[in-house]
Design a protein around this ligand. Structure first.
Ligand code: FAD
Ligand code: FES
Ligand code: MG
Length: 293
C-alpha cells in the first residue's frame, strides 16, 4: 500500500462520524420528529428497518424505526415518544447537537409485493413504524387503507403524512375527539366487512397488535405485526429480543422485527417487556431531574 493511501485509510478510521441533529420538532405530546445526519444509514435503509441509537455517551442503546430517509441529504427521520429515561434524553436534544452513535439499518426489510388491498393499523407512536411501510406498499401498486388510533385527538400523529401515502385514512380515538370513538380494531372490523383485504400490517402497543391478530385470524388474512421487544445490541448476540413465534424462539433484531401476528406469543412478549419496570421508573425520574438541573 502506498504511503498516501495508508495515511488516508488511517484518517478514515480516526474520523468519528457526527450524527448531527438538523431539527427536533414536537409532533405530539412528548413525541418528537428528529432529522439527523446518518448518510450511510440513509443510503441503505428500507421500509421496516430500524436503527439503534445512543443519544449521549453514557446513554443506554435504544431501537427506533427509520421513519424516513433522504439519501441525497444524508439524513434519516426518527419519531420518538418520550416514555422513559433514554427517550426523554433523546427528545431533549436540539438542532446542532449530535447523537453519540447510530447503528443501522438493522432488521429485515418489510416484504413488499403487489398484494392487492392492504390495511396498515397503528396505535400511538406505531404510526411512525407503519408510515414507511404504507409508502412502500403504495409504491408497489397496492391499495392501502390506513387506520390510525390514539387516546385522543392530541395524541394522533403523522395523520397528514399517512394521508399523503394511503388511499384512505381512518381515525379512531378512545374519547371520540377525532374519527370513530373506540379502538382501531372497531374500525378494522368494519373495513374487513366492507373490503376484500389481502394483507394487514400492524404496529403499536402489544395488546392492540394481539387484538388485530385475533380479529383477522377467522378471516385467514395474512397479518404482520412489527414487534417491539427490548433490544440491546440489535445484531443477534445478546438474546434480549427473543420472541416466541409458532413455538420457535427467534430474535426480533435479525429475524424480524416483523412476524406473523397469528403465530406470535404476545403474552410472553408483554411479560418480558415489563421485566424492568421498577428500574425504568427510577431511571426516568433521574433523567428528568438531570434535565431540570
Ligand atoms: P424505559 O423506561 O427504559 O422503558 C419503557 C418501555 O420501553 C419498557 O417497559 C420496555 O417495554 C421498552 N424498552 C425499554 N428499553 C428498551 C430497549 N432497549 N429496546 C426496546 N424496548 C425497550 N419507539 C419510538 O418512540 N419510536 C420508534 O420509532 C420506535 N421504534 C422501535 C422499533 C423497534 C424495532 C423496537 C424494538 C422498539 C421501537 N420503539 C420505538 C420503542 C423504543 O425502543 C422504546 O420506547 C425505548 O427503548 C424506551 O427506552 P426508555 O429508556 O426511554 O424507556
Ligand atoms: Fe440482542 Fe436481538 S437485540 S439479540
Ligand atoms: Mg431505558
Amino acid at each position: 500500500m502506498r504511503k498516501a493511501e495508508g495515511a488516508a485509510l488511517c484518517k478514515l478510521h480516526l474520523v468519528t462520524p457526527r450524527f448531527t441533529i438538523h431539527e427536533t420538532i414536537e409532533v405530539g405530546p412528548d413525541i418528537a420528529r428528529i432529522v439527523v445526519d446518518a448518510p450511510r444509514v440513509a443510503r441503505h435503509a428500507r421500509a421496516g428497518q430500524f436503527v439503534i441509537i445512543r443519544p449521549l455517551d453514557d446513554s443506554e442503546r435504544i431501537p427506533l424505526t427509520i421513519c424516513g430517509a433522504d439519501p441525497d441529504k444524508g439524513t434519516i427521520t426518527l419519531v420518538v415518544q418520550a416514555i422513559g429515561g433514554t427517550t426523554t434524553e433523546t427528545n431533549a436534544m436540539e438542532a446542532g447537537e449530535a447523537f453519540s452513535d447510530i447503528l443501522g439499518p438493522l432488521g429485515l426489510p418489510t416484504e413488499i409485493e403487489e398484494f392487492g388491498t392492504c390495511v396498515v393499523v397503528a396505535g400511538g407512536v406505531g404510526v411512525a413504524i407503519v408510515l414507511p411501510v404504507a409508502k412502500a406498499l403504495a409504491e408497489a401498486g397496492n391499495r392501502v387503507i390506513g387506520i390510525v388510533g390514539a387516546r385522543d385527538d392530541d395524541h394522533l400523529i403523522l395523520v397528514d403524512e399517512m394521508t399523503d401515502v394511503c388511499d384512505e385514512v381512518l381515525l379512531a380515538t378512545e374519547d371520540g375527539s377525532a374519527g370513530t370513538r373506540g379502538f382501531v380494531t372497531d374500525v378494522l372490523e368494519k373495513v374487513m366487512g366492507a373490503h376484500d383485504v389481502d394483507r394487514v400490517l400492524t404496529a403499536g402497543p402489544i395488546p392492540m397488535m394481539r387484538a388485530v391478530g385475533e380479529l383477522t385470524r377467522p378471516h385467514g388474512t395474512p397479518t404482520i405485526a412489527s414487534l417491539n421487544p427490548i433490544m440491546v445490541d440489535g445484531t443477534g448476540m445478546c438474546g434480549g429480543c427473543r420472541v416466541t413465534v409458532g413455538g420457535e424462539t427467534l430474535f426480533a433484531c435479525i429475524d424480524g422485527p416483523e412476524f406473523d401476528a397469528h403465530a406470535v406469543d404476545f403474552v410472553s412478549l408483554q411479560k418480558r417487556n415489563e421485566a424492568y419496570h421498577t428500574f425504568e421508573a427510577c431511571r426516568l425520574r433521574d433523567a428528568r431531574e438531570e434535565l431540570d438541573a
